[in-house]
Design a protein around this ligand. Sequence first.
Ligand code: ADP
Ligand code: MG
Length: 151
Amino acid sequence: MDEQLINTHTPLETQQVARKLGYLLRPNDVVTLTGDLGAGKTTFTKGLGEGLGVKRTINSPTFTIVKSYQGEIPFHHIDAYRLEESHEDIGFDEYFTDGGVTVVEWPQYIEHFLPEERLNIEIKKGQDDHRQIILRPVGRMFKHITKELFR
Ligand code: ADP
Ligand code: MG
């Protein structure tokens, strides 16, 4: 198994893990975030953006589906929650391939449009502020990244 597990105990700790991941990501990488409402997907996304050099505040794009930021490279934050099972393609591929990094919350709703290679991160709520962050590379490309995060 290439699965890796990280435990965090504060939102800041989750953001720090995400920031470290942000340093390792490369143009056209796609990260999918799964987990219940309030698990910490958007919190994680904020840290990831920081790692990629985004200076603007990253907020949940609940009413817009996609928000794009400029860091060292473009950073796209997609929240597919409102798409549910609509199977609507709003041009996802353009975000995935424009040389930036894309994060997708609720990727299960746009499963068909996701690239074959991606890094899935599941966040599980524990007691109080405890969270389990589980990294699962989908395809070969992201295996090195999960290892690198633990060096
Ligand atoms: P989601 O996007 O998954 O719905 P959010 O990131 O918007 O979740 O919200 C997560 C909430 O949980 C925030 O209020 C955050 O402060 C809180 N929280 C508490 N502990 C943690 C932790 N260890 N990691 C991430 N968020 C945490
Ligand atoms: Mg969210």
